[in-house]
Design a protein around this ligand. Sequence first.
Ligand code: FEO
Ligand code: CA
Ligand code: CA
Length: 564
Amino acid sequence: MTSQPEQSLWHRLLETRLTRRSALGSAAVTAAAVTLPVTLSDAQAAANNGAPVVADPKERISPHSVPTFRPIEPTTADAVTVPAGYRTQILAPWGEPFTDDGRTIGFNHDFVGYFPIDMLEGGQSSTEALLTINHEYVNPLFVGGNTQERTPEQIQAEMREVGVSVVRVKRERGEWKIVADPRNRRIDAFTDIELTGPVRGAAVVKGATTVKGSVGNCSGGQTPWGTLLTCEENVDGYQKAWAGSGYEMMHQGWVTEIDPFDPEWMPKKRTGMGRFRHENAAVTLAADGRVVAYMGDDMQDSCIYKFISRGKYDPQNRAANRDLLAEGDLYVANFGNGSWVLLDYDKNKKLQDAKNGDKPLFTSQAEVLADARAAALAVGGTPVDRPEDIEVHPRSKDVYAALTNNSKHGNFFGQIIKWTEKDGDAAALNFVWGIFAYGGPQSGFASPDNLVFDAYGNLWMVTDNSDLGTNPIKAYHGNNAMFFFPTEGPNMGKAYRFAVGPVDAEMTGPVFSPDGKTLFVAIQHPGEDTEDINNPTSTFAAKPGTKIPRPTLVAIEGFPGWKA
Ligand code: FEO
Ligand code: CA
Ligand code: CA
């Protein structure tokens, strides 16, 4: 879908952040090419013996394919370490009050959405925004102190620490800070959320049309009409951990749409997008204007999906766009033949014939969607090595996915794959694919997780090898880190370490401001492996006078910006 100049606000922002094809992009690239001839020819690259080519950090105008920073070394420091010339600022740490009624920022930040404060009027503010912060889970040691049997009070406290924070922020006198706004709010495990799509009112949810809460909020996505898609990932364990609370597992594991600009609009679970361990939702537009979301099921030997809306995006009709994800088709990727297979009970006989013993596996589309993983495997979806984040390249429209690792198969380092849809159309039913980058000692990274493209189409990736225990990664990787990858030119697919997170943390949810001058990234679970609360393994972002580490956002500045 080509963007037109008269198209809306957010679509223009989307063009800047996600689908950089604008005149601005061309001008910036041209200027860079004229003043800084740093893009190397193949011959120059060959002469360099394939070694990384690094721009002079003083020459900060970002060209394609060359980092503008001096890559840093691995470290195990309890800090966010960034290259010379860059600086970091703590923003919105766990526990900070931010609403009129005294609610506080939740625990374990993950996806971060950046919604320019003026976007509904067509603006793209890079100094003021509503940020949405996913809060994936709590560490009960830090929240209530009991890691095994929780008290009812601790369960209630944990249920208020998950979900999403909508936070107005502003950059003033060189500092980002939270500012008051009636739209500042928390969505937590108690918030009323409407079920939409085929599972609404179905037997698999005992007829429910409205449910309580959104939990397991991992990564997510932003829509062209300015809503958040928050993805419910690890939702099973709460049935036991929160026993007696009324927690209902089948009400979780969906994609929930939230309008940060309109607190009166009840959040919606989009059941047509399936129920599984939803990592993310990467939103783009098909050639005909239908909305496409790419999604991963983050579990060993699970699949990659895409949802195609029935209706088309109308840049002039935000109200109608907010209903687009209620109806559409869900597909699963078959990497064997490069095809998308429809998960529709009425149209796919394999779903009708699928058996569990001698009983039918499914009897309705609602049942297919509620156990999309089983449906995907029944129709030939390809199990892959834990799909984490997925993003669409802003210019090529290739789709990149992080397959983080799979210890079942000895894949400890992970890969980033990419695929090209037929005719470059996101609604196509065929694609070709390949490996973009391999983790391992040769590349310096392991376990790729969240991805984000910059306006030039360079890929930024954060790692999460927290769960892998002792293995060769510890010897070369240091703490979880953030890497930069050119996606074209002589350094295509090479990893350059930009930042390293604190001890026992992962960096999550990277997002650039529209001007490219601020990178927001979350620091999730610092000090995760702490056993003695009096002796935490990290004290990152602890309140003055205390040692308890706090999950938080970090605003990283020092970037030249897209327009430099
Ligand atoms: Fe919550 Fe798959 O990371
Ligand atoms: Ca993740
Ligand atoms: Ca992760």
